[in-house]
Write a new protein. Sequence first.
Length: 430
Amino acid sequence: MQIHLCCEAPEVSALTLAVSSQGPEIRTGFLKDGKPIKLQEGQEVTITTDYNIKGDENMISMSYKKLPVDVKPGNTILCADGTITLTVLSCDPDAGTVRCRCENTATLGERKNVNLPGVVVDLPTLTEKDKEDIMGWGVPNNIDMIAVSFVRKGSDLVTVRQFLGPYAKHIKLMSKVYSFMVARGDLGMEIPVEKIFLAQKMMIYKCNLLGKPVVTATQMLESMIKSPRPTRAEATDVANAVLDGTDCVMLSGESAAGAYPELAVRIMAKICVEAESSLDYEAIFKEMIRSTPLPMSPLESLASSAVQTANKAKAQLIVVLTRGGTTAKLVAKYRPRVPILSVVVPVLTTDSFDWSVSDESPARQSLIYRGLIPLLAEGSAKATDSESTEVILHAALKSAVERRLCKPGDSVVALHRIGVASVIKICIVK
C-alpha cells in the first residue's frame, strides 16, 4: 500500500520496484529456551545438519544437509556476519556432523547467516520461498527488477529467467556481488576484509566500461540504525562509492529497521550530490572514450557524440527520445555532467495504443542508471516522423522546465530518430 501511495505522489514521476531473493542461504538453527549461547575461543563445538535439534554450547544445527560432504578439515565456517569463525577439524557424513574449533569468543543467537568461504554449495539459485514471493507478490505488483543473491555462474541467471517465463521480458535481473550489486556484507565473507575495497573498485570500473548499472550496498550508514547522524567514515564511504562510479547506493537495515529511515535517505542523498559536484566529467568522458574498443556501434557513437556536444555547448540537459531505453542508457555510460531526460515513447503494436506495464517498465528500470530521469510520453505520441517528434520534444522540454531541470534560454541537446535517420541537435528552451 505504501509503495502505491509513493507512486501516486505528485512529486514522484516513476519508481523502480525491486525485490531481493534469499538465494542459496545457510543459517544456524534454533537454540534451547531461545536464548543466545556463548562460544569461547579454543572451544570445540559440533555442527549437526539435523535442523530439528535445538542447539547449546556443545552442539548447534545448520540448515545445509551436505555440509559434512562439502567442507574439509581446515576449511573456515563464518557465522553471524562473520562475527564467529569456526575451523573445521573433522567431518562425519554418515552422522551428518562436523567437528569445529571456535577461533574467537562471541555470542551466537538463533537463525544467524552462515558462509563457507571457497566452498561451492549445492543449493538452488531460488528457494521455494523465493519463488512464492516472486510469483505471489512480485509479479502481481509489477516489479521491475530482482536482485539475485549469491549468483555463482551464468546459468544461475538462465534458471531464474526460465522460472519467470513470460514475465522475464519485463523484469531485469541484478547479480548480487559478482556483477551488478556490490553487496559488501556477502563479499566480506568470501574474501579477506582488506581486499574488499579493491574488489569494489574493480567491479564498479568494469561495470562502467560495459555501461552496466552497478549498485553499492551494505553498511553504508550502519550507525544510523540507532543514531541520527552517520559516522565520518560512513559519509566518506558513500562519497567514495560515488567517486568510484557507482550508479546507485543502497540502504538496508538503516531504512528497513532503523530509527531514522527518512533522515538516512536525506543524508545519503546530500552526500551523493556533494560527491557528484566534485567529479571531473571531462576527464571521465575521455577515459571512457579511450577504453571503448573501436569501431563503436552506430548507436554508441551517437550516444558519446551527444555527451561531447553537451560538454562543448555547455548544455543544461540532454533529452533522448527512446522506446526501450537503450539509447539513453548508452548516453549515461559516458557520464555527462548534466541530467539525461529519457523520454520513453510507446510502441505501436495494434491500431491503437494500449498503455500497459510493458510500456512503463523501460522508464522505471532506467532509474537505476546514474543521471537518467524517465518521462513517459503521451500514449498518443508517435516518434516516426518529423512533426510527431517535434511535438514529443516540445512536451519533454515543457516538463523539464516544470521539474527545474532547465530554464528558458538554456541550451539542450536532443537525440532522437526520424524514420531511419538519427539526429543530434541543440535546442534553446523557450
